[in-house]
Design a protein around this ligand. Structure first.
Ligand code: PA5
Length: 456
């Protein structure tokens, strides 16, 4: 059971002159060997590619810790941001009940999950309104071990737990996921003897879903993490293929980078499934942070936009059909949804309403996706569809690896470093400066010098 990309509508034969010309694509396919070779040469550096293969022992540990948490916790709270939060959110939404936290305990195969990826004080206060610290386990996740947002949350939670239960009981309630050596969290974890999982070297934040960052929260919520890794391994092997037509990640990257050259500065991702809604958020970080770069006098990148089918047909699709030719749309389709409803026959005999009766919601949402694909295509806009036979742990593992590798190949084709994020680091440094972290006094002075406000 594998996911496939239908890219017919990226081509000029489908969308007309604004599409990619087949000869042009063929020429790029000819040259794609370079991208395959350069990515293979980085294999030792991009260790996230090995995660489906090298975590046998870690998975055992994760499952043991998850079992313990499941046996005693009512709530599991992830403290993290960016790559330390978006994957856990996307996977939970994809693979568990859409109203997981609202389900009664006996219908929920694990504790409630809260992923706190913001520091809005109202949200922080609200968390403490809905959880009981007595029955909550926290998982603080930060690869760098120093992100201000996550450390502020950690300090808040630690103060509460230390006041309530004392130092010796902290380890029952707090788990750390961080770098083996770097950063401030590892020291705290050692001091209090916390159960600690490591983000392996060569696994950047936005590429970390398939390591303990994502696997622990998933396992705590009863998700089959081994199946996710199997799906990812399957896709990794497929995407190492020398033949571009058999290598979906490389084809994805070629299509998007060619489209960027034709002015598609925006990449919309539009899943037709609530279960995949937060994959657009996860992908937005992956695509934006990896490809948005300034290098050798060039600037690269494509702005990711999130949309949800069918909801945003009634909000954004007008722009995607009649608006400027500055975007591509990637639809995510599902062949078989996990629930089915047949639209019943009700009192109304009006044929303009009654035609719906007897059809299933599955048929309706699929028809609406195909109708939107068609509308976008006939209006001349490039689009493609990633089709999942169904949403399950294996296909989600495939989707994660597919999009990670597509991003990596796009990095090679654009000749940039897809694995750093100097712009994000600059923001982090400015925050340290503003809040008085020692060593950042010069940054603060620089910032104050440049700041003159225009207000109205
Ligand atoms: O992809 C990245 O590396 C970043 O976006 C990080 O995920 C984000 O900044 C959070 O960093 P950390 O996990 O170190 O707290």
């Amino acid at each position: 059971m594998r996911i496939r990309i239908d890219y017919t509508n990226m081509l000029s034969s489908a969308v007309g002159s604004r599409g990619l010309c087949e000869a042009e694509l063929a020429a790029r396919i000819e040259k794609a060997g370079e991208a395959i070779a350069s990515l293979r040469a980085k294999r030792d550096m991009i260790r996230w590619r090995e995660l489906p293969y090298n975590q046998g022992e870690i998975v055992k540990e994760i499952k043991a810790v998850a079992e313990d948490v499941r046996s005693r916790a009512e709530s599991f709270v992830v403290l993290g941001i960016g790559g330390s939060a978006l994957g856990p959110i996307a996977v939970q939404q994809a693979l568990n009940h859409p109203r997981w936290n609202e389900l009664p305990k006996d219908k929920r195969n694990g504790p409630k999950l809260y992923v706190e990826d913001n520091i809005d004080p109202e949200r922080m206060a609200a968390l403490f309104d809905v959880i009981d610290p007595e029955t909550t386990v926290f998982n603080v996740i930060t690869k760098s071990g120093s992100t201000s947002e996550t450390m502020a949350q950690l300090l808040t939670v630690m103060r509460t737990l230390l006041d309530l239960y004392g130092e010796e009981h902290l380890k029952e309630r707090l788990i750390a996921t961080t770098d083996r050596e770097k950063g401030n969290l590892i020291g705290i974890a050692k001091k209090y003897g916390l159960t600690t999982f490591c983000v392996p070297e060569g696994v950047g934040g936005r590429f970390s879903e398939l390591c303990p960052v994502g696997l622990l929260p998933a396992a705590v919520c009863g998700i089959d993490i081994e199946a996710m890794l199997r799906g990812a391994a399957y896709m990794d092997e497929l995407c190492d293929n020398d033949s571009v037509k058999e290598n979906p990640a490389l084809m994805y990257a070629l299509l998007e980078t060619l489209a960027m050259e034709k002015g598609a500065n925006i990449g919309v991702m539009m899943p037709y499934a609530d279960s995949l809604k937060y994959f657009s958020d996860w992908y937005a970080q992956l695509w934006a942070e990896s490809l948005g770069k300034k290098t050798e006098g060039r600037r690269t990148g494509q702005t990711p936009v999130k949309a949800l089918g069918v909801t945003d047909q009634h909000s954004q699709v007008q722009l995607y059909t009649d608006g400027p030719f500055d975007k591509t749309v990637t639809f995510l389709g599902v062949e078989n949804y996990r629930n089915e409803f047949t639209i019943p026959h009700a009192a109304d005999e009006n044929p303009n309403v009654a035609f719906l009766s007897g059809h299933t919601f599955n048929e309706l949402i699929s028809a609406e996706r195909r109708a939107t694909e068609h509308a976008v295509t006939v209006s001349g806009h490039m689009n493609k569809t990633i089709l999942l036979p169904e949403v399950n742990a294996e296909t989600i593992g495939q989707l994660i690896m597919l999009l990670e590798l597509a991003t990596a190949y796009a990095g090679e084709l654009l000749r940039i470093n897809a694995y750093d994020q100097p712009g994000v680091e600059e923001g982090k440094n400015m925050t340290y400066a503003l809040l008085g972290r020692p060593g950042y006094e010069k940054k603060l002075a620089e910032m104050e010098e440049k700041t003159s406000r225009m207000t109205v």
